[in-house]
Design a protein around this ligand. Structure first.
Ligand code: ADE
Ligand code: ZN
Length: 352
């Protein structure tokens, strides 16, 4: 296994081939683009210094899920036109490609993108699909989409999102996700909806065990058919749910920095990812909301090796685990994993 005792330059992590399964479009907006929108639309925002704490984690404020979720409220002010929504999507894909992400599952929230200006939801979804298709070809990155539904939104809206996503299954939408305020809203009302989604060929991932306990992870797996869990770190609170997840091979989309910034773990160095691995859970590494958190996936890989002491060999295994847990068809996912493995070996050989 490769030695990690010598810190690597940030550049080393940039070069590593990457896979990201859990990234929200709405949490991936460039601050520079937001400032351009501010100026073009005469929004009441004086400068970048004023904007940042409204849309990014401010190290002065308490790290709580309420403060974290509040950023999305401000971000909604920027979804002003079809051109802007397409641009934000294109830039999110470009930023992932610049970070050497080879495969990205980008999730987006049709209700949020459409509501602010009253755009028809189906059109908004088509803008995102079109922009992803163009950007992935332009920047040489494979991208698939996941439609996110917020637990705190109305169920009728969720039904509409599902209908629209199902109609676009062959246009790059591969899954559905339940996100939002897990601390105060149960997933139960969404059971039937996710069952329909799955029966009709969409893959299922659920945010659970982040701001709620292990029971939510059990519910996501057993009652909502989740193949993957967004975060899920609080699964460790119940060994029975750990066993369930392990037996079913459920993949965990772990987002270390996000968990710290939204108050789930007090210290980055105490993040339980290593315990999850010890328990034999299928862990993957993700950013969640890179712009809100002021990170990219390279930063996360660096945090894992340098703050959490994860050997590079384990990091590589987790990138391969992400390729295998992707919502791509089996053969494509195997080919992706093989290519990532080969490129990883190449980079490590260069560094030795
Ligand atoms: N939406 C965006 N980020 C999220 C998170 N960390 N948890 C739940 N919903 C989210
Ligand atoms: Zn998330």
């Amino acid at each position: 296994m490769t030695d990690t005792s010598v810190p690597k330059a940030a550049d080393f992590y940039k070069k590593l081939p990457k896979v990201e399964l859990h990234r929200h479009l709405e949490g991936s907006l460039r601050v520079s683009t937001m400032m351009e929108i501010v100026r073009a639309h005469n929004l009441d925002v004086k400068n970048t210094g004023y904007l940042r704490p409204l849309v990014q984690i401010d190290h002065q404020e308490p790290y709580t899920f309420e403060n974290f979720l509040a950023k999305f409220g401000t971000l909604r002010l920027f979804y002003k036109s079809p051109e802007i929504i397409k641009r934000l999507t294109r830039e999110a894909v470009e930023d992932a490609a610049l970070d050497n992400i080879r495969y990205l599952e980008l999730r987006f929230t049709p209700v949020a993108l459409s509501r602010a200006e009253g755009f028809p939801m189906a059109q908004v979804v088509d803008w995102v699909i079109e922009s992803v298709r163009e950007a992935s070809a332009q920047y040489g990155i494979l991208v698939r989409l996941i439609a996110s539904i917020n637990r705190h939104e109305r169920i009728a809206q969720a039904q509409k999102v599902l209908e629209i996503a199902l109609e676009r299954k062959d246009k790059g939408i591969v899954g559905v996700d339940l996100a939002g305020n897990e601390a105060e809203f149960s997933a139960e009302p969404y059971q039937e909806l996710f069952s329909i989604a799955q029966k009709q060929g969409l893959r299922v991932t659920i945010h659970a065990g982040e701001w709620g306990g292990a029971e939510n992870v059990r519910q996501a797996i057993e009652d909502l058919g989740a193949e993957r869990i967004g975060h899920g770190i609080r699964v460790l609170e119940d060994p029975r749910v750990v066993a369930l997840a392990r037996e079913r091979g459920v993949a965990f989309e772990v987002c270390v920095t996000s968990n710290h910034q939204s108050g789930v773990v007090d210290e980055l160095s105490e993040h339980p990812i290593k315990q999850m691995l010890k328990e034999g859970l299928n862990v993957t590494i993700n950013t969640d909301d890179p712009s809100i958190s002021r990170i990219d996936l390279s930063n996360e890989y660096q945090t894992l090796t340098e703050i959490l002491g994860m050997p590079i060999g384990v990091l590589e295994e987790r990138v391969l685990a992400a390729a295998r847990a992707s919502f791509l068809p089996g053969e494509l996912s195997r080919r992706l994993a093989a290519k990532i493995s080969e490129d990883f070996r190449g980079i490590l050989a260069l560094g030795e």
